[in-house]
Design a protein around this ligand. Structure first.
Ligand SMILES: *[C@@H]1O[C@H](CO)[C@@H](O)[C@H](O)[C@H]1NC(C)=O
Ligand SMILES: *[C@@H]1O[C@H](CO)[C@@H](O)[C@H](O)[C@H]1NC(C)=O
Ligand SMILES: *[C@@H]1O[C@H](CO)[C@@H](O)[C@H](O)[C@H]1NC(C)=O
Ligand SMILES: *[C@@H]1O[C@H](CO)[C@@H](O)[C@H](O)[C@H]1NC(C)=O
Ligand SMILES: *[C@@H]1O[C@H](CO)[C@@H](O)[C@H](O)[C@H]1NC(C)=O
Ligand SMILES: *[C@@H]1O[C@H](CO)[C@@H](O)[C@H](O)[C@H]1NC(C)=O
Length: 458
């Protein structure tokens, strides 16, 4: 009798997740899922904003909303350049993606040293970059490129690289009539969620098997309106990516920085202090827009020094960095973004051991010298502490307050073979490290240098 009951129970239970647990559609249960380890080890992802907004490529990916709200610059731009009866939807047919080369993009992201890529499958404008069954006449197969933009990139990434593929998805759409109707009912009805948001989410997961589901556009309504916990329970228990998928924290007005997988908290979140929960700093190479902007000037683009600062300060505090590029409507990545990414890749080729699979150290920054960030790693025989030195020390002496050296402490620079001399600052710890004379053409990297400290007492 007992045996039979177990047999029947096994038939009706949903599939177990990898951890052997079935998650319930409650935050308590969903939040207990361990984040798949690949995500923390990866440290670096590439974010791509692309859609119909890439055609005007003016102001930002919020252009439609800006124009519709009467923003003077947006109104003026439309008046000067388009006929009076031109609508935002008319930009759709001008979205051509005629130079979209996903093999090239995949190679650039790999060379940049990124370990995952997150593409906008749909932004707040509602246009889907895949042939969705739920976005009638407002998707990349029916209007514009006549291609499956999501599928082509997923295929190239998987064929040519070992990067993980992820998808951004906006829950709400500014002007979808069903959404506006639910909103006017104070979200007591959820026709939009049921006929649009959820079917799309299930569709992209089943079709493209993304390892990251990066949700956004959640803030106007509760997670209950979005049925987020039901979707996540399916994602974790029964979806084709149940063992590998990671999600963010944007699942309803009350979930940001509180529930979900990794926390994003705010755009460009970089707290500078260690966080208890895994987090991600999503930031932009064009400092003022996620979408491509034709009028961006060089001063608006992040420098490689600042990008490495963002990376070092982020990972030392337990975060990942998600570096955004806006893609042009023709499918190309702008050479300035390509250059930044390839510079980062050059730097990472030398310094990767201090980055991937590193863990935060006891200190995140130094206690005496500014602009110094730490990570650490357990090596086969000893523990290493890595010191990210963003400015070459004046007079060639770097003063560090955080490390407590022992008599056998060894200091090297990654990529350089000399052992550095050091002296103890005081009986309570700290070190003065002497940088040797290194001719510029022997410098292991050009923008920031990583010291490796072994045999410390802390
Ligand atoms: C806008 O009006 C012009 C004539 O004024 C017409 O040729 C064109 O087809 C119209 N475009 C749209 C999108 O309605
Ligand atoms: C879209 O709908 C059609 C018709 O119902 C169906 O055959 C097809 O499998 C659907 N596509 C996806 C991706 O679900
Ligand atoms: C949405 O949530 C309600 C309960 O809140 C549940 O009855 C329904 O099955 C859910 N729908 C989906 C598609 O998850
Ligand atoms: C290290 O970071 C803390 C927290 O942000 C800050 O208060 C402190 O000034 C920093 N130390 C140095 C030397 O910059
Ligand atoms: C360090 O590298 C330099 C230049 O490549 C080389 O001449 C020297 O012999 C190396 N020293 C050691 C100790 O390996
Ligand atoms: C450490 O270096 C700094 C800067 O050169 C110097 O002012 C200080 O006296 C040194 N401290 C010790 C204990 O050597």
């Amino acid at each position: 009798m007992t045996g039979l009951c177990i047999f029947i129970a096994a038939l009706v239970l949903p599939t177990l997740s990898e951890s052997g647990k079935t998650y319930l559609p409650t935050w308590e249960s969903l939040d207990s899922r361990p984040l798949p380890a690949w995500f923390d080890e990866a440290k670096i992802g590439i974010f791509l904003h692309w859609g119909v907004f890439s055609v005007p490529s003016f102001q930002s990916e919020w252009f439609w909303n800006s124009w519709n709200n009467g923003n003077p610059a947006a109104v003026e731009f439309m008046k000067k350049n388009y006929p009076p009866n031109f609508t935002y939807a008319d930009f759709g047919s001008q979205f051509k993606a005629e130079f979209y080369d996903t093999d090239l993009l995949a190679d650039i992201f790999k060379d940049a040293g990124a370990k995952y890529v997150v593409l906008t499958s749909k932004h707040h404008e509602g246009y889907t970059n895949w042939p969705s069954n739920y976005s009638w006449n407002w998707n990349s197969m029916d209007v514009g490129p006549k291609k499956d933009l999501v599928g082509e990139l997923a295929t190239s990434i998987r064929k040519r690289t070992d990067l993980r593929f992820g998808l951004y998805h906006s829950m709400f759409e500014w002007y979808h009539p069903l959404y506006l109707n639910d909103k006017s009912n104070n979200f007591k009805t959820n026709l939009f969620t049921m006929s649009k948001t959820l079917p799309e989410l299930y569709e992209i997961v089943n079709l493209y098997k993304p390892d990251v589901v990066w949700s956004d556009g959640e803030w106007e309504a509760s997670y209950k309106y979005w049925n987020s916990t039901e979707f996540l329970a399916w994602l974790y228990n029964d979806s084709p990516v149940k063992n590998t998928v990671v999600v963010n924290d944007r699942w309803g007005g009350e979930t940001l920085c509180k529930h979900g997988g990794f926390y994003t908290c705010t755009d460009r979140f970089n707290p500078g202090v260690l966080q208890k929960h895994k987090w991600e700093n999503c930031m932009t190479m064009d400092l003022s827009s996620w979408g491509y902007r034709r009028v961006a000037q060089l001063k608006d683009i992040i420098t490689i020094n600042k990008l490495i600062y963002e990376l070092a300060s982020t990972i030392s505090c337990g975060g990942n960095i998600l570096i955004n590029a806006g893609i042009r409507s023709d499918g190309r990545i702008d050479p300035i973004f390509e250059e930044r990414l390839r510079q980062l890749g050059t730097w990472l080729k030398v310094n990767e051991e201090a980055v991937y699979s590193s863990v935060p150290w006891k200190f995140q920054n130094d206690t005496i010298t500014e602009n110094i960030w730490y990570t650490s790693k357990q090596l086969a025989t000893s523990k290493a502490v890595y010191v990210f030195v963003l400015d070459w020390p004046s007079k060639n002496i770097l003063t560090l307050g955080a490390p407590q050296p022992s008599s056998s402490t060894k200091v090297t620079m990654i990529g350089h073979n000399a052992t550095f001399q050091w002296s103890k600052l005081s009986s309570s710890g700290g070190m003065n490290i002497t940088f040797p004379y290194i001719s510029p053409n022997q410098l292991p990297s050009m923008w920031a240098w990583v010291l490796k400290l072994q045999n410390l007492n802390n």
